[in-house]
Write a protein that binds this ligand. Structure first.
Ligand code: IPE
Ligand code: IPE
Ligand code: MG
Length: 263
């Protein structure tokens, strides 16, 4: 197996720089805040929903590239709980783009052996989307190359509160003792149960914030911020993020020397 992937970037600013990544040290789980669709559209004089439509193309590109590289989990922020407060017309357009994308991209998921999952307060979504989502999740459940998780109607604080409520309920029923609530036990009540924590978080559009995304799960994640607007994000941009991730030393609270001892 070839362990290094070397590619020429077509990013003008990089002047055909070479991006080199080590395929044996890939992040297992990448989380993305796909931001900047609206500004992308505005800059071109389009309506915002056209930005979201082009955002779907970017997601297809990045999901297939990730699966081809060998990334096992890709978790993308597609719609936040707070996004429900956007103008009604935008929410409606987003929902219609989502249902269309679920229908259209089933073959992309199957062809690439990707299983679809969803996290968030799914019951708040329109019924046709819930139905479509369930269908695609069931039809792709055997996809063993990569899990693509859509965070939909998702808020991390809501996820943590929900977990706390479910946990409290189990304590009340006598199924669990408060002194036995460990990190591992708590994680079983999160939407992301059974998934590893993200190794790398990418946020596009030059914003430097987490916006209520995976607050618990990102505790030791490497953060990467790209100035690119999401519809412009390419495979090369993904490789740049991975190359930067591979330069970082993840210490998890330890000191460098301890890490070298263990390796
Ligand atoms: C991200 O793009 C997609 C969603 C939040 C649904 P935005 O719609 O936030 O685009 P900007 O940030 O306004 O440019
Ligand atoms: C975060 O982007 C949510 C998604 C990408 C779906 P927002 O555009 O909603 O976040 P803020 O408002 O800039 O923090
Ligand atoms: Mg935004």
């Amino acid at each position: 197996m070839q362990n290094r992937l070397v590619t020429n970037s077509d990013n003008a600013a990089l002047n055909q720089a070479t991006i080199e990544i080590d395929l044996t040290r890939l992040p297992k789980h990448i989380a993305i805040i796909m931001d900047g669709n609206g500004r992308w559209a505005r800059a071109k004089g389009y309506i915002r929903s056209l930005g979201h439509e082009n955002g779907v193309d970017a997601l297809r590109r990045i999901a297939t590239a990730s699966a081809e590289l060998g990334i096992e989990y890709l978790t993308v922020y597609a719609f936040s709980t707070e996004n429900w407060k956007r103008p009604k017309t935008e929410v409606k357009a987003l929902m219609s783009i989502l249902v269309k994308a679920l229908r259209k991209e089933l073959s992309t998921l199957l062809d690439n052996n990707i299983r679809l999952q969803a996290i968030g307060d799914i019951l708040l979504l329109p019924e046709d989307i819930q139905k479509q989502l369930k269908e695609v999740i069931a039809l792709t459940a055997k996809g063993s190359r990569m899990a693509l998780t859509l965070a939909l109607s998702y808020s991390s604080k809501e996820e943590i509160l929900r977990a706390t409520r479910l946990l409290a309920e189990d304590v009340r029923k006598g199924l669990l003792l408060p002194e036995n609530i460990t990190e591992q036990v708590f994680e079983n009540y999160l939407y992301t149960r059974g998934m590893p924590h993200p190794d790398l978080l990418i946020r596009t559009s030059g914003e430097y914030r987490i916006s209520n995304y995976l607050l618990w799960q990102l505790a030791y994640t490497e953060l990467y911020f790209s100035p690119k607007l999401w519809p412009d994000f390419t495979k090369e941009d993904l490789l740049l993020a991975i190359a930067e991730y591979q330069k970082r030393e993840r210490r998890f609270g330890l000191i460098s020397e301890q890490l070298n001892e263990n390796s």
